[in-house]
Each structure stands twice: as C-alpha cells, then as structure tokens.
Design a protein around this ligand. Structure first.
Ligand code: PRP
Length: 179
C-alpha cells in the first residue's frame, strides 16, 4: 500500500469485479445499440479503459476535459471546457463516464451541454458516488460504489495530480493535505 494511504476502501479485485458487473448491466440496457462513450478527463480514464473492453455494442470513444465552478450559492455552476468532444453527438446515444460524482455540478453542466447539442440519449455511469456533498441532483444511471465523505485517491482519482495510478481506492492520510 502507498505510504500516504491510510486505508483501502476498495481493493483492485473489488473494483475489477464491480466494473464487470456494470458492463453487463450496461450491455443489457443498450441491447446492441451503438454508443458514443464520453470519458470525462482526467479521472475517468482508468474506469473507461477497464469498462469499454467489456462492452459488446459498437463503441466510439471520445473525451471531454471540463470543470464546473459554482457561481455563488443560488445560481447554477458554469462549465469551463478545456478540451471539447471531437465527435458530433447529435442523434447519438451517449454513455457519459465519470470517476466520481461529488457536488454533481460537473455532470449536471456536461449533461446540459450534450443535451443542447441534440444527443439522442444520455446515460451516465460513475465509478464512485459521494452523496454527502451533493448540490445538484444528477441522473445517476449506473453507480459502482457509494463512498463516504473522505478524501479518496487511486483508480484515476488524484491529490495534486498524484495517486491516479493506484489500482485500488484508498483514503489519503490527512497529514498529506493538511500541511
Ligand atoms: C473530478 C471528477 C469529476 C468532478 C466531480 O474532476 O472527475 O469530473 O471532479 O466533482 P463535482 O461532482 O463536484 O463536480 P476534477 O475536476 O478533479 O478533474 P480530474 O478528473 O482531472 O482530476
């Protein structure tokens, strides 16, 4: 285990098994219909790589890099797009992949944008769901695991751009970020 990780929440094997279950659920949902998988950079890449190999419908893959910044407590968040999708989403079934849903702002804004571009359908799959900090109700179609409100790293999730490569999901020691 990494020396900065306090404890493991989900082992590599637990994550692998859950991703396989999710892939089966998603295959069942689409029944062979083609999808455009949109992976939200950077965190969801690890999940996306593991998941798409187990999808059985025709799959196109694209990426978006965006963050949402809430503007105050009442108004809705604004999406800052650092890298947009390259494929035309109009009339397509979109499978939107996220590593974690926290406040829900990012997913909410990306969904709004894709809907506005005429996507035929949007289905969301998130590996981790942290309901404690939710600000925006989000459409969560496929959830890997609900997680507690702790600082988690690994399986794509970072602290200061580190730890994305850990094959498990771990809780980061407080001493690492409380300096
Ligand atoms: C994380 C995660 C989601 C978002 C979730 O991305 O990948 O996109 O935050 O948070 P929210 O529900 O509060 O909007 P981050 O902006 O940390 O970028 P990264 O994926 O490159 O680490």
């Amino acid at each position: 285990m990494n020396k900065n990780v306090e404890r493991i929440l989900f082992t590599e094997e637990q994550l692998k098994n859950r991703v396989s279950e999710m892939a089966q659920e998603i295959n069942k949902h689409y029944k062979g219909e083609p999808v455009v998988v949109v992976s939200v950079l950077k965190g969801s890449v690890v999940f996306a790589v593991d998941l798409i190999k187990q999808l059985d419908m025709p799959v196109s893959l694209d990426f978006i890099c965006a963050s949402s910044y809430g503007s105050g407590t009442i108004s809705s968040g604004k999406l800052i797009i650092k890298k947009d999708v390259e494929l035309d989403v109009e009339g397509k079934n979109i499978l939107l992949l996220e590593d974690i849903i926290d406040t829900g702002e990012t997913l909410h804004e990306i969904m709004k944008m894709l809907k506005g571009r005429g996507a035929k359908s949007i289905v969301t799959a998130m590996m981790f769901n942290k309901p404690a900090r939710r600000k925006k109700a989000v459409q969560a179609d496929f959830i890997g695991f609900d997680i507690p409100d702790e600082f988690v790293v690994g399986y794509g999730l970072d602290y200061d751009e580190q730890y994305r490569n850990l094959p498990y999901l771990g809780v980061l020691k407080r001493s690492v970020y409380e300096k």
